[in-house]
Ligand binder design. Structure first.
Ligand SMILES: [Cu+2]
Length: 474
């Protein structure tokens, strides 16, 4: 077991040690993935898979520029890997089995070691057997602190997730269920904030300013958040600071699987007032959280000035003239006649029979440019190749009846346009929520060499084929 102070010592030492002395030394952190009995979603004893015995796993905190040096110790009954979602890591550290590293077999270890160039709110999770491993509890947040944090009295982290528990309080074992794979993914009735049943309750003093880091760690659930009773500002999306804080007002904040948002909330100045956070995605109306403003009335009577967004990260800006244009057509799924992968019926039947025998595989029902990407198949040829340093102008054309949070590995991109209409904020993101029948354009500088994935972060959609690869040469 790793004690809390070991973690703290490890993370604060990270930026003072010279790199050369690290080579021979043992990894500074261990992260053990193992079965564990945990309290989750109102149940006291759920047989989960957990990092360091906890769901969610420990929050890893670093300073910008520090080295992450961590050994994954696999005590699970299955092979696994870790993907560092949103971090611009060297290709060999990206955690994609058979593409960037071999799977880490039960009883084996793998050392992840890389520098952290960007500050922001990130997260980590397995990239092997992902629909099952994440749904059993394997995920955690990773925070790289800002050099100059925006002024706030509190820094809170909320990991949003949902779980499919059966009558006995264990996980329903229907991972890769055909209905889930071909529709909206695996949705669970038990919605949690930091692994506890919603609505989550937290308190602070009247008039205080809270920095709120939101991570959607759910396998498939899309949240659309509405804040009432506070003045909310968005300061970062997917870990990347906005050019300036943006007042959210009554607008809804979308948060698809894998996506993050950092907000500043100014709490009401009257004691006893409450701030509510609702999820209003689709026809839903679920209370996710309540923040109570408790204590003496705030001394200040005027609203606080707009917060500052954190300083920008050192990313290359896309150069749009002379960009390499690529289009990814998303196809397949239920209620769509086009884009089903070209998969002969006997193969499909054989796969379904294997699945009934307990195989952990999904049916190929989704495609990118007509091809299904299954189990990270190393033989899957890259969809496109780009010379290192060149800008890629990437269009996602969603011809399906479903939402897809499309995630690009190893790079962050700028949002350009939605259905042909320019997006003025040009936010930086690593995951883009694409609505049914929508077309979205983004651009990024392909400056990280290697083979990288682009895939839907509805985990069952990716398992069912919605993904592809691209290659940055040089
Ligand atoms: Cu999808």
């Amino acid at each position: 077991m790793i004690r809390r102070r070991d973690w703290l010592a490890a993370t604060t030492a990270a930026c003072t040690l010279p790199t050369a002395s690290l080579r021979a030394a043992a990894p500074r952190q261990r992260l053990r993935a193992a079965p564990a009995t945990v309290a989750l979603a109102g149940q006291t004893a759920v047989a989960a898979w957990a990092y360091e015995g906890r769901v969610h796993g420990p929050t890893l905190r670093y300073r910008r520029g520090a080295m992450l040096d961590l050994e994954l110790d696999n005590a699970l009954p299955d092979a696994t890997t870790i993907h560092w979602h949103g971090l611009r890591v060297p290709n060999a550290m990206d955690g994609v089995p058979n593409v960037t590293q071999p799977p880490v077999a039960p009883g084996e270890r793998f050392r992840y070691r890389f520098a952290l160039p960007d500050s922001g709110t990130f997260w980590y999770h397995p990239h092997l057997g992902t629909p099952e491993q994440v749904a059993r509890g394997l995920s955690g947040a990773l925070i790289v602190e800002d050099e100059e944090a925006p002024e706030a009295e509190h820094d809170w982290l909320w990991l949003l997730a949902d779980w499919r528990l059966d009558e006995g309080g264990g996980f329903a074992e229907d991972f890769y269920d055909y209905m889930d794979v071909s529709h909206a993914g695996r949705l669970g009735r038990h919605v949690t904030v930091n692994a506890r049943s919603a609505p989550h309750e937290q308190r602070a003093a009247p008039g205080e300013r809270v920095r709120l880091r939101l991570v959607n760690a759910a396998p498939a659930r899309i949240f659309a958040l509405r804040f009432a009773g506070a003045v909310p500002w968005v300061i970062a999306l997917d870990g990347a600071p906005l050019a300036q804080a943006q007042a959210l007002g009554d607008a809804v904040l979308p948060l698809g699987p894998g996506m993050r948002s950092d907000l500043i909330l100014d709490l009401p100045r009257e004691p006893g007032a409450r701030v509510t956070v609702h999820d209003v995605f689709g026809r839903g109306q679920r209370e996710l959280a309540v923040i109570a403003a408790d204590g003496a009335a705030a001394r200040a009577t005027a609203p606080r000035p707009a917060p500052r967004a954190p300083a920008a990260n050192p990313l290359a800006e896309p150069v749009l003239r002379d960009a390499q244009a690529e289009t990814l057509v998303l196809g397949g799924g239920m209620m769509s006649m086009s884009g089903w992968p070209d998969d002969p019926l006997p193969a499909r039947l054989a796969r379904r029979l294997r699945r009934m025998g307990g195989s952990r595989e999904a049916d190929p029902v989704w495609s990118v440019n007509g091809r299904a990407h299954l189990t990270h198949d190393p033989a899957h040829a890259p969809e496109f190749e780009v010379e290192r340093g060149r800008t890629v102008r990437l269009t996602f054309e969603n011809r399906t009846a479903w939402w897809h949070p499309m995630h690009v590995h190893g790079h962050s991109f700028r949002e350009l346009a939605r259905n042909g209409r320019p997006l003025p904020g040009r936010a930086l993101r690593d995951t883009m929520l694409v609505a049914p029948r929508e077309t979205v354009e983004v651009a990024f500088v392909a400056d990280n060499p290697g083979d990288w994935l682009i895939h839907c972060h509805v985990l069952e959609h990716h398992a069912g084929g919605m993904g592809t690869r691209f290659r940055v040469s040089g």
